[in-house]
Design a protein around this ligand. Structure first.
Ligand code: COA
Ligand code: AMP
Length: 636
């Protein structure tokens, strides 16, 4: 642990010196007054007094320093059968022009813009154009339903919404425009203007006066230059699922974010300018923000924007084809994408068709990399397969095997060491630090490094309450886990009601809100049950109102449809059982943890506080009926 140890210790003992030096890799319009401003604890601000522009750092400075003709972005879309490449100059010019279009609609520094788009280059241009103007973007993942989009519109209050006519999910066309219209109808905040990128596969009807055709607007707009913003000004808001139906608006600042991401590209992912980096995620998730868009571009790499899946577009060799065709050095995706490949091509026959000579590392995140998938991928690829743990809130990894610093021997099931800057501790429920191999709550000692959330959008109180109040002096991660005697971290999963479905973070609370709206439902619980492909799947248990028992099958179907329409298809809510009662404590708290254990076939102890232990038998039967629980084989 030579080099890593030195770097890690320095980052913790002297954060000012450490991050001040890292910040030299970024171009500043005005240098900061203070690297870390801790005068208003528990709030910390990085690079206070500094000014920069993130888009300038991601595009213009590379154009000016000799990378103008290097490919910045490769758009690879098996679903539309096309590959398009954009040099840094081309991407800068397209971005500057779209920024002009936004400015023409009145967008300026500090305004918010919601982006609801599929995986097309215009989504990247739209994000960078906001950054160019100092506007704050909020990208909403396309798999969310209008209702979820409406909630985000009401919180972010965008001046403009940027969208596209639709998406292509493998071979299915999904119209975005009707969903956008519905969301605006549902929202109280009405944006003045919408810009819609028309895709030839699916054309949208525009509403005169409000909607603008992307191409027409851009054609009559002039390019605009980068607007310097404060390091502490927000770059974006990204909504993420919490335990309630209301998503949390994670804020990312400009300065700390640019410094941290640039640093991470070299030290964690071991890439250099000119390398091809591919994050097979979606711009709607944090991984897409950090490692499709900002990280690789800040570092002068070539980034791949892939509009497809690991299987079905067209086959389980899709990832190998992209890696070999574009000379990808690093692939970053979620374990579930690899489980999908393993399911369809267990022997890895498709790999034999491609030359992967330039491929060096596979990084996985979004959920814990289970040892089976680790062994399968590692045996097949014969390259480092690296699990690293992070959250929307942190914006970059908290624990990782840092390939650019020192390669640690892998322990399957562990995401290895804390990333420099993150002082990770395991605490008990009273906030006392636990020793090696003791399972507890994972927390990070403050100050949080640059790039992590400074607050929640217009809600400092919620930020403090959610993350800082549980253990003063620490950031509360909501993940459980332990550290072993060699200092390796094992992150075992959420200890709240957030679930992880195919690497997507979802709130069971928001699904419960929808289910409980059904007129026949008296009460309900939605829990996450283990799934062999997607990691977890939501399972609903409902108690019907007296007299509503007649049409159980119909009610179940309606509930599935309601969640699909109101949360989105991405929730994968397909299983509901009707029960007579839900297990509760004597004070009325639903015993979700116990039901989760029953669903996963784990041994559980009957809680001493339960009001009626007999109910658990009925829950076991209901779970079995849906293929979960002790005697069920694992689902596929
Ligand atoms: N717009 C509209 N619908 C969408 C959508 C979008 N952008 N993205 C997904 N959906 C729909 C899907 O079509 C599917 O609908 P269905 O129920 O009608 O089949 C549903 O939402 C669930 O999608 P998904 O979870 O992607 O399931 P899948 O079976 O299509 O694909 C995997 C399975 C494993 C290949 C896929 O989930 C995957 O690659 N996951 C990796 C996720 C990831 O990269 N996460 C980021 C963290 S690194
Ligand atoms: P998101 O905010 O969508 O990135 O989801 C964050 C959550 O995903 C974390 O709180 C973890 O529960 C889970 N997660 C992400 N990466 C990992 C990992 N490598 N190991 C374990 N859990 C992970």
């Amino acid at each position: 642990m030579g080099r890593y140890n030195d770097i890690f210790q320095k980052s913790i003992s002297d954060p000012q010196g450490f991050w001040g030096k890292a910040a030299e890799a970024i171009s500043w319009h005005k240098k900061w007054d203070k690297v870390l401003d801790d005068s208003n604890q528990p709030f910390y601000r990085w690079f206070a007094g500094g000014e920069l522009n993130t888009c300038y750092n991601a595009l213009d400075r590379h154009v000016e320093s000799g990378r103008a003709d290097q490919i910045a972005l490769i758009y690879d879309s098996p679903v539309t059968k096309q590959v398009q490449k954009f040099t840094y100059r081309e991407l800068r010019d397209a971005t500057a022009r779209f920024a002009g279009a936004l400015r023409g609609l009145g967008v300026s520094k500090g305004d918010t813009v919601v982006i609801y788009m599929p995986m097309i280059p215009e989504a990247v241009t739209a994000m960078l154009a906001c950054a160019r103007l100092g506007a704050v973007h909020s990208v909403v993942f396309g798999g969310f339903a209008p209702n979820e989009l409406a909630v985000r519109i009401d919180d972010a209050k965008p001046k403009v919404i940027v969208s596209a006519s639709g998406a292509i999910e493998v071979s299915r066309l999904i119209e975005y425009k009707p969903m956008l219209d519905k969301a605006i109808e549902l929202a109280s905040h009405k944006p003045e203007n919408c810009i819609v990128f028309q895709r030839p596969q699916v054309l949208a009807q525009l509403i005169a006066g409000r909607d603008h055709d992307w191409a027409e607007l851009v054609a009559k707009s002039e390019p605009v230059d980068c607007v310097p913003v404060k390091a502490t000004d927000p770059l974006y808001i990204l909504y993420t699922s919490g335990t309630t139906g209301l998503p949390k608006g994670v804020v990312r600042d400009n300065g700390g974010h640019a410094v941290a991401l640039q640093w991470s590209m070299e030290h964690i992912y071991n890439v250099r300018p000119g390398d091809v980096f591919w994050s097979a995620s979606d711009v709607g998730w944090v991984v897409g923000h950090s490692y499709i868009v900002y990280g690789p571009l800040l570092a002068g790499c070539t980034t791949v924007l892939y509009e497809g899946k690991s299987v079905g577009t067209p086959d389980p060799g899709a990832f190998w084809r992209v890696i070999s065709q574009h000379g990808v050095k690093v692939l970053f995706t979620a374990p579930t994408a690899f489980r999908a490949i393993k399911k369809e091509d267990p022997k890895g026959e498709y790999l034999k068709k491609y030359d992967l000579a330039g491929f060096k590392y596979l990084f996985l995140a979004g959920e814990r990399l289970d040892p089976d998938t680790y062994h399968w991928a590692s045996d097949l690829l014969k390259r480092p397969v690296i699990d690293h743990w992070w959250q929307t809130e942190t914006g970059w990894p908290i624990t990782a095997n840092p390939m650019g610093i020192e390669e640690f021997p892998v322990k399957p099931g562990s995401s290895t060491m804390p990333v420099p800057g993150f002082d990770v501790r395991i605490l008990d429920s009273n906030g006392k630090e636990l020793g090696p191999d003791q399972e507890g709550i994972v927390a990070v000692k403050l100050p949080f490094p640059p790039g992590t959330l400074p607050t929640l959008w217009k809600n400092d109180d919620w930020f403090v309450k959610s993350y800082l109040a549980p253990f003063p002096g620490y950031y509360y991660t909501s993940d459980g886990g332990h550290k072993d005697r060699d200092g390796y971290f094992f992150i075992m999963g959420r200890i709240d009601d957030v679930i992880n479905v195919a690497g997507h973070r979802l709130s069971t609370g928001s699904m419960e809100e929808v289910v409980s709206k059904h007129t026949a439902v008296a009460e309900c619980a939605v829990i996450g049950a283990r799934d062999a492909l997607k990691g977890q799947l939501p399972v609903g248990l409902v108690v019907l109102k007296a007299g509503a028992n007649g049409n159980q099958e119909e009610i179940r179907k309606e509930l599935v449809k309601m969640v699909r329409e109101q949360v989105g298809p991405i929730a994968c809510f397909k299983q509901v059982a009707v029960v007579n009662r839900l297990p509760k404590t004597r004070s009325g708290k639903i015993l979700r943890g116990t039901m989760r254990k029953i669903a996963d076939g784990e041994t559980y102890t009957v809680p001493a506080t339960i009001d009626d232990p007999a109910i658990l038998g009925e829950i076991e039967t209901a779970m079995k009926g849906m293929g979960y629980g002790k005697d069920s084989s694992s689902r596929s």
